[in-house]
Write a protein that binds this ligand. Structure first.
Ligand code: SAM
Length: 346
């Protein structure tokens, strides 16, 4: 079992690796006092200790100034590590205010095992090389290496049609004042194109390696908040938070139950009547999709069964069933638009 020192050291090293510049720990108690030397030696500056007790604000713990949670945003804190073995769960449950301020929250003790999605996409991003643009060869009915490999710098640049997806699917949902949710931004290929057209963009991503690639591409622009999730998880957002949401190239990789779980949560966090858009179904009658399926069968024949990046067929009839159960209206346009049927609050 790792000790508190080892856990805190690893958490701070990971935050430094992913580019955090100002970190705070949450909890001005014995746990933090005992880690004073770990915090002092952190590779990323620990600029504050957050505590809920207003009487402690302005004091010091482990030699660091204590601030209340509501001051973390103005103190320029980008990430918070909960420093408590006894109260981690309660502090985790109250993290919404920090997340709303664009601050990521990390815990030391309860770290659920990585899902196969996380492992798979981390692996993809880690092993990605910039010479992998594929093109569909209609004659051969298969994917071949494209002649043009220019402009491929980050994982995902090899996937086509970012401009089209943004212009035709996402832009119609936005106003300059919109607060928007993206599921699965990957390296930020779509994110960077959407951000200039809304007020705030919150992106939830399961792969730390993809988040690192996103930060290499976009840096930390104002208005963009990236949240690392462990699973299908929007629990950090309050009800009725978002004006619109979208997800490009993600739902075709999710298992049915996880599509259902995301739709269930999305309906909660979207404002009444707001829309969520995905780009396509995965349809066995489309040659590319059918080809991907046969390739997958060949992979399993060759002993490679657990590819989390694989495509699943999503038919319109299944999505309609989900919509009926969960209170969405489905609109078929160029992509698929789900419009929340949630009644406005009275
Ligand atoms: C094919 S990539 C698409 C990335 C981006 N939307 C684009 O079009 O460039 C799928 C992304 O979804 C992320 N992802 C997979 N499962 C997820 C989940 N359950 N929650 C959030 N993100 C997830 C992956 O880590 C990966 O970055």
């Amino acid at each position: 079992m790792p000790t508190a020192r080892e856990r805190m050291t690893a958490a701070l090293a990971e935050l430094a690796r992913f580019g955090a510049r100002r970190v705070a720990v949450y909890g001005a108690g014995r746990h933090t006092e005992l880690l004073a030397d770990v915090l002092a030696a952190s590779p990323v500056p620990v600029v504050a200790v957050i505590d809920d007790d207003p009487a402690r604000a302005g004091g010091r713990c482990a030699g660091i100034e204590i601030i209340p949670p509501q001051a973390a945003g103005t103190a320029g804190v980008e990430a918070v590590v909960i420093s408590s073995d006894a109260h981690e769960e309660q502090i985790w449950g109250r993290r919404g205010r920090l997340v709303d301020a664009g601050i990521t929250v990390h815990r030391l003790y309860h770290r659920p095992a990585a899902t196969h999605y996380e492992q798979g996409w981390d692996h993809y991003a880690r092993h990605w090389r910039p010479d992998c643009r594929l093109a569909w060869d209609g004659r051969e009915q298969g994917w071949v290496r494209a002649a043009d490999q220019s402009d491929i710098v980050h994982p995902g640049d090899e996937w086509a049609e970012a401009d089209r997806a943004v212009e035709r699917l996402i832009r119609p949902l936005l106003t300059p004042d919109s607060v928007v949710l993206e599921i699965g931004p990957g390296s930020g290929r779509i994110t960077g194109r959407v951000l200039p057209h809304c007020r705030e963009l919150h992106a939830v991503e399961i792969s730390s390696e993809m988040i690192a690639a996103l930060q290499r591409r976009l840096g930390s622009p104002p208005g963009l908040h990236v949240v690392k999730v462990q699973d299908v998880d929007l629990s950090m957002f309050a009800d009725d938070t978002f004006d619109a949401a979208y997800s490009i190239g993600v739902f075709v990789h999710l298992q049915m139950e996880d599509i259902f779980r995301y739709l269930r949560e999305l309906r909660r966090v979207l404002k009444p009547q707001a829309a969520f858009v995905i780009e396509t179904v995965c349809d066995p009658d489309r040659p590319r999709h059918w080809h991907n399926f046969l390739k997958r069968v060949a992979d399993i024949d060759a002993g490679r069964r657990d590819d989390p990046c694989r495509f699943h067929f999503i038919s319109e009839s299944i999505l309609l069933k989900f919509c009926g159960h969960l209170g969405w209206k489905m609109e078929l346009r160029e992509g698929i638009r789900f419009r929340s049927l949630k009644p406005p609050a009275r």
